[in-house]
Design a protein around this ligand. Sequence first.
Ligand code: SF4
Length: 294
Amino acid sequence: MGYHVEIDKKSGFCSGVIQAIRCAEKALEGNKKVYSLGAIVHNNEELRRLQEKGLNIIRHTDLPTLPKDATVLVRAHGEPPSTYAQIEQHGLHLLECTCPVVLKLQKKIKQEHTRIKPHNGQIILFGKKGHAEVVGLIGQVGGDALVIENETDVNSLVFTGGPVSLFSQTTKNPEHYKATAHQLRKTITSRGLDPSLLTVFNTICAQVDNRHEELAHFARNRSLILFVAGKESSNGKVLFQTCKSANPRSYAIENPEGISQKWFRSGDTVGVCGATSTPLWLMEQVAETVRNMP
Ligand code: SF4
C-alpha cells in the first residue's frame, strides 16, 4: 500500500546522551575495558551496538570484582558521592559522563541544602523514587531530601515550619511539575504555614521541557504515531503520554518488530518519533519498515 512516513526531526538523543555515548566510544577506541554503571542509554538496540564494541554494563555490586585497571563510566544520570568513593577505593579509573545539566542540578541542590538547613529547611524532589538520577541527586545531601512522585504524595508530607525548596528530576513532565508545585503551596497554606516559605526551582531540562509541546504538535498533525523507545526509558514513558493525549492513535514500540499491521488504515500519514534515548538510526529503520509494508 505504501504510507506517507515522516520522522520527527526533533526526536532522538538529547545532548547529554550524545555526549555519554561519544565518551564511551572514544574510550572503547583505545581498547580500554569500559564498564558502564547501569545502561548508558535506555535503549536495548543502541546498547547492543555499544556492547558489540566492547562496552560492559555492570551494577554497583560488581565494582569490587573489576580488574584494577578497569575504567568505570558514570552515565548521564549521574551518581551519588558514595559511588565516586567506591571507584577510588577499588583503584578504578573514572570516566565521568554525567550530563552537565544534571551536574549543575546536583550542585544547586547541595548549595540550597547548605543554605536552608540551618533554618530547619527541607528539600523536596519531584521525581521517580529509585531512579538513578534521583539517587544521584539526593546523594548530594546525604539523603536528606523528600522525594514525591505526584500531587497525592504532597498530602502525606510533614513540614518542619522552615523554608521548603522544591526541585524536579530533569526529565519530568513540566505540566505535572507545575501542578505539584501548586498543590504543595496550597498544602503549606492549609497547614497554617506561610506560603512564601516555598521556593520552586525550574529544573526540568530545557531539551525535555520543549519536547512536550513540539511532540504534541507533531502527533496532532499525523493520523498515526509510532513512538519508539526502550521499555526502561522513564523519559520515554512521559513523552509517550504526551503523544497519546495529542493523538489517541499513538503506539509505543521498541523496534520495527513491534509494529502491527492492524493499526494502519488506508491513507494514513504516519509519524515516527521517540524519546531522548532513541537513536535516529532506529527511527529510520521503523520508517523504512512502514514504507515497505504491503
Ligand atoms: S534529558 Fe537533559 S538533563 Fe537529561 S541527559 Fe538529556 S540533556 Fe541531560
